[in-house]
Structure formats: C-alpha cells, structure tokens
Design a protein around this ligand. Sequence first.
Ligand SMILES: [Zn+2]
Length: 334
Amino acid sequence: MIIDVHGHYTTAPAELRAWRQRQIAAIGSPFNEPLTISDDQLRQTLEAGQIKLQRDRGTDVTLFSPTAGGMEHHVGTFETSLQWSRTVNDLIYRVCTLYPENFIPVCQLPQSPGVDPATCIEELERCVNQLGFVGCNLNPDPSDGYWTDPPMTNRYWYPLYEKLVELDVPAMIHVSGSCNPNFHGTGAHYINGDTTFFMQLILADLLKDFPALKFIIPHGGGAVPYHWGRYRGIAQDAGRPAPEELMRNVWFDTCVYHQKGVETLVEVMGPDNVIFASEMIGAVRGVDARTGRYFDDTKPYVDALNLSEADRGTIFEGNAFKAYPRLAKKLARQ
Ligand SMILES: [Zn+2]
C-alpha cells in the first residue's frame, strides 16, 4: 500500500472561500452562518482533482487536511480561529466519509497568536474521539510570519503535547501562509518553519519530557538533511545529544520535488525516518519541463532510489503506521 501522509483540500468549492471572507468581514459582530456545500460539489472537486491524481500516480490513500495556507491563525481572535477550524475540519470529515478508501482525516487546530495552546485541546479531542481523525497540523508560528509566540519546546506548549500523547496522535509541524513580505509562503516560510522547529528540538529536552510524542516535519525536513553536519556540530558544541536521537520521534516527508533531493534525504536520514508524501494539490502545481512530470508527483523519485523492497515499503507505508498509530485500525475498518 502507498500512503501519502500529506495532502490538503486545496480544491474545495469556492463557497468555502466566500464563507470565510464573510466570516472575516463580520469579525467583531456575531456570525452564525452555516457553510452550505453539497456532497455533489465535494465529489466534483475531488474526482477531478486528488482522486484522479491518486489513480494516475498509483498511490492508495492520502492523509487529508484543510489547506495549510488557509489556516490563517493570525486572523481575528481565538473564537474566529475556532469557528473556522471547526468548519474546515467538518468539511474534511465529510470528504473522508464520502471516500473512506481514498482519504483519512487530519485536523487543523484553532490556534491564535498569544493564546494558550491548551485552548486547542477541545477541538483536537472532538476531531480524534468523535470524528476519527488520526493526526493534526500544528503551526509553530500562529502569527504567520512574525514568530511572536514562544518556541515549540517551551512549556507554553506542553498541555497540548500531553493531549497528543494521551490521544496517541502525531503532529505535522506545518506553518500557514506568511504575512511578512520578507518570506515567501511556500518557498521560504514553510522551509523556515521546518528548519526552525528541528533546531529548537536540538537545544531542548522536549522529547526527553515526552518520549512518546511524534512529529512529522514536512517538506523534506526543511534545510536539515542538507545541513546535517551543521546540526550535528551545533549539538556537539552545545553539549546536546546527537540529533540522531531525536529521530526516534521524528519523520521527514518526501516533498522536496526533485530526484537528487530525495536521494540526499534518504541517504542522510535513512529509510526509517523518511515518510512518503506529495502535498498534492498545492505547493508546486506545475509540470517539470525537464522530466515531463508534475513536480509534486513524488512516487517516481522514491521508485528510482536504489533501495531494497523492504526499505521502499518502509518509506511508502511502514513509517506511516509508526508515525500515525491510529491509522492501522482506521484502514482495517474499511
Ligand atoms: Zn502542506
């Protein structure tokens, strides 16, 4: 089985965006309008989009979450973020109920800059316990480009981590868009977020405090595999444990979109720490003029690696079951 752990509902019907715009326009006054989208509309967007690509590319199931760039945690208050998160999570739940063999739900959290992350627990529990979600996306920068909250290893975040461990679900560390004009969203802010989080892990005891906590760092782990010697050296100079020790709890995904990048990723991190993902449809939508394939068609890069079939299976499915402990039961039920 080929499990893509990283897909977003970027093709949602335009009604979603329109609803969101009305919600934002109403900030400061009550807004109770329900989102109205039919099942047929959902089917249309998926069958022409993600499901078609799954079929074309030969992947089986996608862990599916709301559009990351659309999380926009900086917008409005915690209540704004909560209403938006519930709305998009409910939409993901509907998609995964319509197509249980194609999509497994992953939720957005109602984060808000400067607001205690413990406020996200209720929505996380609702998604996992009531709606069968298997993971969440956790934004390390709810200000969306200005990094105004404490580092992810600060005790500020600990109540949320306690709940993740209790529920046995991982977090994919995933920023949203960038409001800071210095940082292009998917080209800089995403990669900064991935790299920043790993560097924070090196300098703190978060994984000692939570040995069962699991993280997926998307976009190939940002700059980390490419600069592995730098991170090992910084850890050594600082008297910190070797970064390899962090990798019992951390996986990097395959969304780097070129062959040499995937080769480096797997060579440096090893197959046990690389998890198959495409992030379709979204970050890079075009066809690579050199290969004639979509940049985010990531399966051929993994197929072309010089690996044993066992190691390839680890990347395509084994690591997904390890990182997302609730996934096996969920797939077995279908
Ligand atoms: Zn993503």
